[in-house]
Design a protein around this ligand. Sequence first.
Ligand code: 5GP
Length: 196
Amino acid sequence: MDKSKKTEGKLIIVSAPSGAGKTTIVRFLLSSGLNLGFSVSATSRQIRPNEIDGIDYFFITPEAFRKKIEEGDLLEWQEVYEGNFYGTLKSQVNFLLDQGKNIIFDVDVVGGLNIKKHFSDRALSVFVSPPSPEELENRLRSRKTDSVETIKKRMEKARWELGFAPRFDYILVNNDLETAKNEILKVVSEFLKPKY
Ligand code: 5GP
């Protein structure tokens, strides 16, 4: 039997185009007393100055990543950005479930749909959406971290990602952050309630 399906915990999957506020929503849910554990992914991208190996990601080389694919260690994986691989570790999922936790995943849209397919009704897939593509572009510009060219690329990708929204269980429109937090807390709490 597939060990990852054995124990009782439920799964919350959060996906979104970059700039929609996904990380903030995930952090908020993790701090909301819902017995959620974060699924730390493996990635082959470079570690950023503010990140911690084993907390934000398991940072591994492209060769080590390829080995994990070959050995069947990943529940799903994607080349989210060119040359950068990201994948959900089966060992993480089993570790959190064995601890009696519910799991929250911060993954790209395709990975999110794959995890949903694997866990079916035991998982709730949430798509965090910006109010509009125009608003997303404004947000990316006001961050002032990306070049015009990068913003253009991100927007092309975001439009493609927005097309996946209807395939998620729940679309959370992040217009006002406080409203979005209250809304998702209600939805996730309801989903995690034991059903008799
Ligand atoms: P970043 O490099 O900014 O941390 O993340 C880039 C993107 O990769 C984000 O959209 C994030 O949700 C996604 N991502 C992180 N981990 C995984 C994973 O295990 N699988 C998939 N499919 N996407 C992931």
